[in-house]
Write a protein that binds this ligand. Structure first.
Ligand SMILES: [Cu+2]
Length: 141
């Protein structure tokens, strides 16, 4: 049948091109910052230009990552346990990290392509009332 012959031809051509992979591995890196009530962890990071920084809300409240100078704004990131319940993990094997088994909350990422110092805060819990709820990304050449 016609389809069988096509399959055999495909298999032969796949086997024939088993040489080296000409596509180089991407060199971009990702740094993760967790958002808690009410602080960022880590508070500050120094990264090279081109780094993608991802903020992940570990709740239990909604939060944002908002650039102090308007370079980015995540909008409200949902907490991992909707409703701010702080539901404990099931009583099976307790994880070493209490957050390890929690569902992943809302996330936002931004790639820093220009060197500089970038302050950020949560627009829902602004520094005026939460002075410690701020962070800094320092981007180096
Ligand atoms: Cu917040």
């Amino acid at each position: 049948m016609r389809f069988q012959r096509l399959e055999i031809a495909l298999l032969v051509s796949l086997a024939a091109c088993g040489g080296g992979d000409p596509v180089a591995t991407m060199q971009s890196s990702v740094v993760t910052i967790s958002i808690f009530d009410f602080y960022y962890s880590p508070t500050s990071r120094t990264v090279p230009v081109g780094t993608r920084v991802e903020w992940v809300n570990q709740g239990p409240s909604p939060h944002t990552t908002t650039s102090d100078v308007g370079a980015w704004d995540s909008g409200s990131l949902s907490p991992p346990t909707p409703g701010g319940g702080g539901t404990p993990p099931p009583p099976t094997t307790p994880p070493p990290n209490p957050y390890a088994m929690a569902a992943v909350g809302g996330a936002f990422s931004f790639t820093f392509n220009t060197a500089g110092v970038y302050g950020f805060h949560c627009s829902l819990h602004p520094p005026a009332t939460n002075p410690a709820f701020v962070g800094t990304i320092t981007v180096t050449e």
